[in-house]
Design a protein around this ligand. Structure first.
Ligand code: PRP
Length: 212
């Protein structure tokens, strides 16, 4: 176990990725056994070493960290690119790997005489990508099941996360372009990084050790 001199608050993404991330913290010397108990509790503390974990919705982690409710946390690069939170990105954890991609129907051909209709949850990433290509787009912002949009003619293409590619395949869609690779990142609140620097740097070092 690695004792911390000031308590560190850690926002973990609720779900399968979060459990793997917690295992990594545990292996790095920051265990909190009560977190493994099946309960609806959201906050878990190991006072002995000075660490407190809480489960938050994955897309909310960066908000907790940016505003200092958490000192550090783990967020997907997709969320960091989409919302550009004012945080430090400390470490690529090499897990939760997937990519942000443009996908569409197999027979789709772009008609450049009109704006491309793009359905996505990630409007900033999509706008930025097509801006750089100089292509006009019409964003159709959805919250989920994005793959439905091109099938029903709501959009021409989608910009979405592709992990195994199964969702696309099972819906007769295919990747047309890869925008950016995605993985989970350890992030820090900027003020915490200054005032709890020793603790946060120790966590980073011990996490790097686990990844070797
Ligand atoms: C994501 C994404 C795709 C799916 C891709 O959805 O939006 O639907 O995963 O994974 P695959 O390539 O392995 O099939 P998520 O499960 O995050 O839920 P969502 O529908 O709320 O976006």
């Amino acid at each position: 176990m690695n004792q911390l001199t000031q308590i560190i608050n850690v926002a973990l993404p609720k779900g399968r990725l979060g459990e793997k991330v917690y295992d990594m913290f545990e292996a790095a010397g920051y265990p909190c056994p009560s977190i493994k108990e099946d309960s609806r509790k959201l906050i878990f503390e190991n006072a002995e070493i000075g660490i407190r974990y809480f489960w938050v919705k994955p897309s909310d982690v960066a908000i907790y960290v940016e505003r200092g409710a958490a000192d550090i946390g783990v967020a997907g690069k997709d969320i960091l690119l989409e919302y550009s939170p004012d945080i430090y990105e400390l470490l690529d954890l090499n897990m939760g790997k997937c990519r942000m991609a443009v996908a569409g129907k197999k027979d789709f051909r772009d008609n450049t005489n009109r704006p491309l209709r793009v359905a996505t949850k990630f409007s900033n990433i999509a706008l930025d990508y097509y801006n750089r290509k100089g292509r006009d787009i019409d964003i159709i912002k959805l919250q989920g099941s994005i793959e439905l949009a091109p099938i029903l003619g709501l959009s021409d293409v989608i910009v979405d996360i592709v992990e195994t590619g199964t969702t696309l395949k099972e819906n007769n869609l295919e990747v047309m372009e890869t925008i950016v690779p995605i993985s989970a990142r350890l992030i820090s609140n900027k003020v915490s990084f200054k005032f709890k620097n020793y603790e946060i740097e120790s966590i980073v070092k011990n996490m790097q050790q686990v990844m070797k």
